[in-house]
Design a protein. Structure first.
Length: 373
């Protein structure tokens, strides 16, 4: 192609010019493009920096909130732990106090149980001793006799009874109660046959046949009733009724509940079976009879004392009358003294109210001597 012009000795064709213009336009476009891209990147970078700053602010705020929440959580945890510690301390103190009280109560109960155990052991020893006494015929007789003597000594005066007295037939009675007047003495026996009763109880507890034991018990009771009637019922010397003392309320109740025939035979033999309770009632009645008889014997002394008492009452009445007369005289004298005192007071008042400077001799009351005349 033909050159369009020359620059510095170099020819420039149209194509080259067009290419050059194209390259120039491309460079301008590229420059503009790069400049726009740099502006967008810068704005994006600034936006990213703003977002980063905002994110850092949020992160700082989040960290601060997290720190505050941590402090609050730590404070709440400390408070809860403190409350829990206090509650546990109070609970432990209360539990310790309750445990101490329970231990004290338990110790007291153990002491009570220990005392009860000692009492039970002592009672067991006493029961064992009582059983050994009751197993021995002589000791059992002494036990019943001692109980009978204690009741008699408690309810009757000393002069109205005697122990181990000898009767005219040569037998010795456990107790002899002296009734007043024409009444004869009452004999009391304290030896009840408990061996047969014990055998009967053993047979009932073991489940053995009790027919022979019951028959033996009845026979022993009736034989003892006959012995008392033969030995102690002496006409003209002792009362026509004798007492057989039974030192057991349980056996006495069993006799009346299950062995009425023995009670009937004893009535027929004029031997009264008495327990400690019924014996006390009998002794109380005898004591009333003794008191009534003693009062009848001493009725003349009582009448003498009543006469003396009447004399004293009459003398007292006379003295009271004389004292009353003296009081009346004294009262009359006191009334007269009171009247005189009133008159003196009235005259004193008149003298005080009087104006002596204005009074004349004519207005003054007459002298006492003239008034008396």
């Amino acid at each position: 192609m033909e050159p369009l012009f020359e620059i510095g000795g170099a020819s420039v064709t149209v194509l080259e010019l067009v290419i050059g213009l194209l390259l120039l336009c491309a460079g301008v476009l590229l420059s503009l493009l790069f400049r726009r891209r740099d502006t967008g990147l810068h704005s994006e970078l600034m936006a990213m920096r703003g977002q980063q700053a905002e994110l850092q602010g949020r992160l700082a705020q989040l960290a601060e909130e997290q720190a505050q929440r941590g402090d609050l959580f730590q404070s709440s945890l400390d408070n809860r732990l403190s409350d829990l510690t206090d509650r546990m301390g109070r609970n432990l103190a209360d539990n310790s106090e309750r445990s101490a009280q329970h231990l004290k109560s338990l110790h007291t109960r153990l002491e009570v149980i220990d005392r009860a155990q000692r009492n039970i052991e002592a009672l067991a020893g006493e029961v064992s001793g009582l059983q050994s006494i009751l197993s021995n015929k002589q000791a059992r007789g002494a036990f019943g006799e001692k109980q009978m003597q204690s009741l008699i000594e408690q309810f009757l005066p000393a002069r109205s009874y005697g122990f181990q007295s000898t009767l005219s037939n040569g037998t010795r009675v456990d107790a002899l109660i002296h009734l007043p007047g024409d009444h004869l003495d009452v004999a009391v026996d304290s030896k009840f046959p408990l061996e047969a009763w014990q055998r009967l109880m053993d047979a009932e507890q073991t489940g053995a046949d009790t027919t022979m034991a019951v028959r033996k018990f009845k026979a022993d009771c009736l034989r003892h009733v006959r012995d008392i009637a033969d030995k102690y019922l002496l006409p003209g010397e002792t009362h026509d009724v004798a007492l057989m003392f039974l030192p057991s309320e349980a056996i006495y109740a069993e006799l009346h509940a299950r062995y009425a025939d023995v009670i009937d035979r004893s009535f027929q033999s004029r031997v009264m079976i008495v327990s400690p309770t019924t014996f006390m009632a009998t002794l109380h009645t005898m004591n009333a009879v003794l008191k009534d008889a003693n009062m009848r014997e001493n009725v003349h002394l009582i009448l003498d004392e009543v006469g003396t008492l009447q004399t004293d009452v009459a003398r007292l009445e006379e003295r009271v009358t004389r004292m009353s007369s003296q009081y009346k005289t004294l009262g009359k004298t006191l009334d007269e003294v009171e009247i005189s005192t009133g008159k003196i007071g009235k005259r004193s008042a008149r003298i005080e109210s009087m104006e002596l400077g204005e009074e004349t001799a004519d207005t003054l009351p007459p002298p006492a001597a003239n008034r008396l005349l």
